[in-house]
Write a protein that binds this ligand. Structure first.
Ligand SMILES: Cc1cc2nc3c(=O)[nH]c(=O)nc-3n(C[C@H](O)[C@H](O)[C@H](O)COP(=O)(O)OP(=O)(O)OC[C@H]3O[C@@H](n4cnc5c(N)ncnc54)[C@H](O)[C@@H]3O)c2cc1C
Length: 600
């Protein structure tokens, strides 16, 4: 994940103007169209072979793979509509958070963590549209580390170890990043014949080269490939961007299906799985206020994401007995649904520096629009996000434990609206940040714990299928997660002592809440980290392999029901989760074909 404050961010006036201008010109010239699948013409009570619930990163990939089998009918049901044009333009990626294309999930106030956030709640944006969160994410290509998959294999069997998941990453990947494709060692781990393009930044003129040089001065190795597992350090990420447009399992796979056996039903909310004699036989759904039923002769596959997959399972009587009893839902299967929620923990730090530090005139946004529309180039056409991986103290130096995702915001671009809507900080904290930005450029330094031990929970507020689920983040509920945070933050902030940033009069902007003022040193940093903790939007684990699912992604104790999305991860990987989710969908497609003895 990357935090993009300033340029083109959601409710900022500049961002809104750019988005509106782009919409206007693009609509006039049909430049930003995508061939989304047409709305299925299906009648209530219809039968299909497979029903996939949720057309997000996993669901779009899985439905496309199943539709490659011409003799089988596939129904994909998606709660949201086609994505709006902003999703196509990489530089407008921040404009959708908080919009009607976002589920706008929030966590409950646990009285312990994130107490400095508005309402003491963390925001958990997720895409509610075709492509799901893959239509609004930051397009960073990451996979986690081999040790993550060895951990999965311990609970789910060796089919999930690094050796056995790597070919599934490579299957979908079309690597074109120039820093990687000419390096034989790096290319041992990349695919070039898959559908989703993984590219390098079109330009590296921005401030990130300065930032990377500073991290080099701090002792970090500069690496060409942030996914290379045997040598970690600081570097530029590759992104799922093709010719200046977002690439995803929707644009690269689902949109390319032109066979009549794929039926895509949009704006339709699945409300329950229909289960007879311990077998999933179909789904109940709501569309335009009408209740509909669709039947799956072979399987129902849930790909509704980490928050909505457990919600659907619980609504259907699959979950912990005591929770279902409390909600008066008849128990179909007593399983630990919702219990393993895990996300990276993010604490954002800010450094102010004199003007000129960012070295980019972000105000030339009108010109950016013209460049983008003319030949899909310029600032809007790519992302040049960078990261710094840090190991745990006294542990393997090539296994990441924390990450820093630095970026630079020019003077007077951050607005209170953006800050509250993207970060969830209070008005008061955001005003302090905006005030600092009125005078200085701001280096944003999110420090992210990649291997948390804490677990949260997803349950229901009620049996109303229209209500979002109840999310308890569990952030810092395991005190081990705090142990090295103050040190990691200190490392990030020592950027102010590097040659370039010292010359730019860089200094820390302290936004720690008043109640941490009584503390000093690491205790103060820990207090501030706990109070301002955010999720990094990589939530997983609520229908986990080995707990809720068997090793082939089937719901334990039931026939005809499988899960394929981020919820199946037994533990969050040490990196962004989109590519791992698509890898899971690819494996699910193979399991389904094998289990039904479908040979292509
Ligand atoms: C803001 C943000 C930025 C991110 N940035 C990155 C990044 O740069 N790189 C990276 O690797 N990862 C990133 N991620 C994470 C990554 O995008 C997700 O892990 C991944 O998209 C999850 O895929 P999924 O299929 O599990 O869920 P989703 O993609 O969220 O798909 C779930 C789909 O199911 C639909 N749905 C839900 N309930 C129902 C229902 N009842 N009926 C019908 N449909 C339903 C939803 O509308 C949605 O389309 C980011 C995530 C967010 C939120």
């Amino acid at each position: 994940m990357t935090i993009t404050l300033g340029a083109c961010a959601s409710s900022g006036a500049a961002g809104a103007t750019v988005a509106a201008a782009l919409q206007f010109f693009a609509a006039a010239q049909c430049l930003l169209n995508e061939p989304y699948p047409r709305q299925a013409d299906v009648t209530d009570g219809s039968h299909f072979d497979f029903i996939v619930v949720g057309g997000g990163s996993a669901g779009a990939a899985l439905a496309a793979r199943l539709a490659e089998l011409p003799q089988y009918d596939v129904l994909l049901i998606e709660a949201g509509p086609d994505p709006p044009r902003e999703t196509i333009v990489p530089g407008l990626r921040e404009t959708l958070k908080g919009s009607r294309y976002d589920w706008n999930f929030t966590t409950v106030d646990d009285g312990y963590s994130s107490q400095a956030l508005e309402g003491h709640r963390q925001k958990q944006p997720r895409g509610r549209m075709l492509g799901g969160s893959g239509s609004l994410n930051d397009m960073v290509y990451a996979r986690g580390h081999p040790v993550d998959y060895e951990e999965w294999a311990r609970v789910a069997g060796c089919a999930w170890n690094w050796t056995n998941v790597l070919p599934y990453f490579m299957r979908t990947e079309r690597m074109t990043d120039a820093r990687i494709i000419n390096n034989t060692e790096l290319m041992k781990f990349h695919g070039t014949r898959g559908e989703i393009e993984v590219s390098g930044a079109a330009s590296t003129d921005g401030p990130n080269t300065k930032l990377l040089n500073a991290f080099r001065e701090m002792g970090f190795k500069i690496v060409d490939d942030m996914t290379y597992p045997y040598s970690i350090g600081a570097g530029r990420f590759s992104h799922t961007i093709r010719s200046g447009r977002r690439d995803s399992s929707l644009t690269a796979l689902l949109n390319k299906v032109h066979t009549n056996n794929l039926h895509v039903l949009k704006d339709t909310l699945v409300t329950k799985i229909l289960i007879e004699n311990n077998t999933a036989v179909g789904v109940q759904a709501l569309s335009d206020g009408k209740q509909l039923h669709f039947y799956a002769d072979k399987e129902v596959i849930l790909s509704a994401g980490t928050f909505n997959t457990p919600k659907l399972l619980l609504l259907s009587g699959i979950g912990p007995q005591e929770i279902l009893d409390e909600l008066e839902i008849e128990v179909v299967q007593d399983l630990p649904v919702g219990e393993g929620l895990q996300d990276h923990v993010m604490v954002i730090n800010f450094i102010a520096a004199e003007n000129g530090t960012c070295e980019r005139n972000e105000r030339a946004q009108a010109f950016d629009v013209i460049k983008y529309l003319y030949d899909r180039t310029g600032f809007l056409s790519y992302s040049d996000s960078i990261g710094v991986y840090m190991p745990q103290n006294y542990k393997d130096p090539n296994v990441p434990y924390f990450a820093i995702y630095p970026s630079c915001v020019p003077q007077a671009l951050i607005t209170v609206d953006q800050c509250t809507s993207i970060l969830g900080y209070t008005n008061e904290t955001c005003m302090k940040l905006v005030k600092a930005n009125e005078q200085y450029e701001i280096i944003v330094l999110p420090v992210v714990l990649l291997k948390p031990r804490s677990r949260g929970k997803v349950t229901l507020y009620s049996t109303d299928p229209l209500q979002n689920p109840k999310i308890l983040s569990g952030t810092f509920s395991n005190s081990a997660d705090m142990e090295e945070f103050p040190d990691a933050i200190q490392t990030a902030l020592s950027l102010v002592n590097t040659t370039y940033f010292r010359d730019k009069a860089a200094h820390v902007v302290d936004l720690s809440p008043a109640e941490c003022g009584r503390e000093a040193g690491p205790a103060r940093a820990a207090c501030a980290a706990r109070a301002a903790a955010l999720p990094a939007w990589h939530a997983v684990g609520t229908a986990a392999l080995g707990a809720v699912l068997d090793a082939r992604l089937r719901v334990r104790g039931l026939a005809g029901l499988r899960v394929a999305d981020a919820s199946v991860m037994p533990a969050v990987v040490r990196g962004n989760t989109n590519a791992p989710v698509i890898m899971i969908a690819e494996k699910a497609a193979d399991y389904i074909k094998e289990d039904h003895q479908i040979y292509v």
